[in-house]
Design a protein around this ligand. Structure first.
Ligand SMILES: *[C@@H]1O[C@H](CO)[C@@H](O)[C@H](O)[C@H]1NC(C)=O
Length: 290
């Protein structure tokens, strides 16, 4: 109790330097001292005003959505993302990336259908197995009582996929269905291509439309300009779009790594007939493909 009182006394002395010096000045400001005290009073008021305005500006700059923002990354990741364990566990590490917008030079992701181009895409994590979301984090992550659960025998929790990696999977599938690639992947009969062609079509247009919605969800409002290009034999250079622009990017590698580490065991390592908790009474079962 006693130490608590001392603390309050200390606070009063240290937190109110302006008020106490103002009252000191006022005590002096009487009779002959009035003229001498006045400049001190004015100086004190000016200093206090300056400090208060400074504090107000400092707070105003950091005040966002009812909270004081010190760590911009932390604020942004909570403000802009649906909550998931990755919001807490994966550092966004926003940094500037120069996009490679080359029109003619092929990168490893643009190569012909084949094992090399496939390996480049697979390294991005688009084909990882689902991750497990613990029961305690399900609700906050937007997973409800109607979502599929893993049986207690296999540790419980809910199977889920990281949205951003599904987008990579989708773009990779669209690459495989490009008309000049399609035959190669159709004949390999792997992954999505194990299905009948009409299912592959559904899969590809599902992917196309998911990517459309994702791009419309986060429209990049940066701009790109044009640069000069002198074609051989032409009298004048021509203006050519410059796609090599800088972007503020999240750390994809950290997201990929999290998803890799949290994958479910491979299907061959579990008894799939016991893997899921079958829906109990009251759990909604869709009468058609959602
Ligand atoms: C873009 O990638 C290609 C192929 O990897 C490379 O040759 C080119 O130099 C890169 N361009 C830039 C601007 O980095």
């Amino acid at each position: 109790m006693a130490s608590k009182d001392d603390g309050t006394e200390d606070d009063r002395q240290t937190l109110l330097p302006c008020s106490s010096s103002t009252s000191l000045t006022l005590h002096h400001a009487s009779g002959d001292h009035q003229v001498r005290g006045l400049p001190i009073l004015i100086a004190t008021i000016l200093i206090c005003t300056f400090l208060n305005v400074g504090l107000a500006v400092w707070v105003a700059q950091r005040w966002k959505d009812g909270q004081l923002v010190q760590d911009g990354d932390r604020f942004c990741v909570h403000h802009l993302s649906r909550w998931s364990p990755l919001v807490e566990q994966v550092e966004p590490n926003w940094h500037t990336v120069l996009f490679n917008g080359s029109f003619l030079k092929e990168s490893s992701y643009r190569g012909p259908a084949g094992p090399e181009t496939d390996a480049a895409w697979e390294a991005l994590g688009g084909d990882y197995r689902s991750v497990v979301i613990p029961e305690t984090e399900a609700e906050e992550a937007g997973l409800g009582p109607d979502h599929v659960r893993i049986s207690q025998h296999y540790g419980g929790g809910l199977p889920a996929n990281v949205e951003g990696l599904h987008h990579i999977h989708c773009l990779n599938l669209l690459r495989k269905t490009l008309w000049w690639n399609y035959e190669y992947y159709r004949d390999l009969k792997l992954g999505a291509f194990k299905n009948a062609e009409f299912i592959v079509r559904y899969h590809a247009t599902h992917c196309l439309d998911i990517l459309r919605q994702q791009l419309m969800c986060v429209p990049d409002v940066g701009v790109f300009g044009q640069v000069w290009y002198q074609p051989e034999g032409e009298p004048r250079p021509i203006a050519f779009t410059d796609f090599n622009t800088k972007h503020k990017c999240r750390d994809h590698e950290a997201v990929r790594k999290w998803a890799e580490e949290h994958q479910l065991p491979p299907e061959k390592d579990v008894d799939m007939s016991l893997f899921y908790e079958m829906p109990g009474p009251g759990v909604f079962v869709n009468p058609e493909v959602p």
